[in-house]
Ligand binder design. Structure first.
Ligand SMILES: [Zn+2]
Length: 300
């Protein structure tokens, strides 16, 4: 069993869900993020958050994958102050909905003053709601951005054992571990981190508080990164228990602190019935035969 704790499934196809379920991915976490172009008003943000919490959760379930969310204002759009103010007003209402396991992904992009302002406000929100936090570390000036994120989190009195620093690499892992945070690694086909480098890091640092994710989205990315990384780690001599920690149990341990995610969700799920509707809509197209509990193709 695997958990992919960072996957923008709203950008993926049903083939991806089927392949993930087949490869053993039982649950995904969808962090609220930038969608490739800037939203121009709070209405589109509201619809996006409703979509990932509503139809996307339903769609995942129809293919046998449990779906959870992180809710937040991303750093890129924090730079549009009018939008950011309006989004901050609606975030508490979304962050307290069923299936929300963290505030995220939040943090710095270009490390501007507005990014800093809304990052801090959202850390306060996470503390008020007693939710874990998922931190996006910047691609440019990563080391300084990661250090600064951790400084600000501690300044805002959050417990590092409830905070995941994501997109970590060789440059940032030591500080993340030393300061007591969880370190997540986005395993990408071409950038960020590869499965080979991840295996080397587990050998050097151990599996404690390390997490692999795919960060799959609308760009070149691989929704099977987590099971592929698990296989590569096992083949390279890493113990089955350490593989389990990095690709399953650590993500469950930290995001389970939300009280919204538990093993029972996928160990004893409702049987798949593709005749089910979401607000009157189905995942099926005309002429398709639905998967049903008695058809034997369910999530046994
Ligand atoms: Zn992301």
């Amino acid at each position: 069993m695997f958990i992919d704790p960072h996957a923008h499934m709203i950008s993926r196809t049903t083939d991806d869900y089927e392949a993930m379920a087949k490869a053993g991915v039982v649950a995904v976490i969808e962090p609220a993020f930038w969608i490739g172009q800037a939203r121009t008003n709070v209405g589109s943000y509201r619809d996006y958050l409703s979509h990932i919490l509503g139809f996307e959760r339903f769609r995942a379930g129809q293919f046998g994958v449990r779906h959870y969310c992180c809710i937040g204002l991303n750093s890129k759009e924090a730079n549009n102050e009018e939008l950011a103010e309006a989004v901050m007003d609606i975030l508490p209402g979304f962050a307290t909905k069923e299936g929300v396991v963290a505030i995220g992904e939040i943090g710095y992009d270009e490390q501007t003053a507005l990014e800093d302002k809304y990052f801090r406000l959202q850390l306060d929100l996470a503390r008020d709601l007693d939710l874990p936090v998922m931190i996006h570390t910047p691609h440019r000036d990563k080391k300084r951005g990661a250090s600064r994120s951790m400084d600000v989190i501690l300044e805002h009195k959050l417990d590092p054992s409830r905070v995941v620093i994501d997109h970590v690499n060789e440059e940032t892992i030591q500080e993340v571990k030393d300061r007591g945070f969880w370190a997540a690694f986005s395993i990408y086909p071409h950038s960020k981190m590869t499965a080979e480098r991840m295996a080397a890091l587990v050998k050097t640092y151990g599996a404690e508080r390390l997490i692999a994710d795919s960060a799959c989205d609308w760009g070149v990315s691989d929704p099977l990164s987590v099971p592929k990384t698990a296989k590569l780690m096992a083949d390279s001599g890493i113990s089955a228990e350490d593989v389990r920690l990095v690709t399953y149990a650590n993500a469950l341990a930290v995001y389970g602190k939300s009280g919204q995610m538990a093993e029972a969700d996928w160990l004893s799920p409702e049987p798949i019935d593709q005749r089910t509707l979401y607000q009157g809509n189905t995942v099926l197209r005309g002429g398709q035969t639905p998967r049903m509990p008695q058809s034997g193709s369910g999530n046994e």
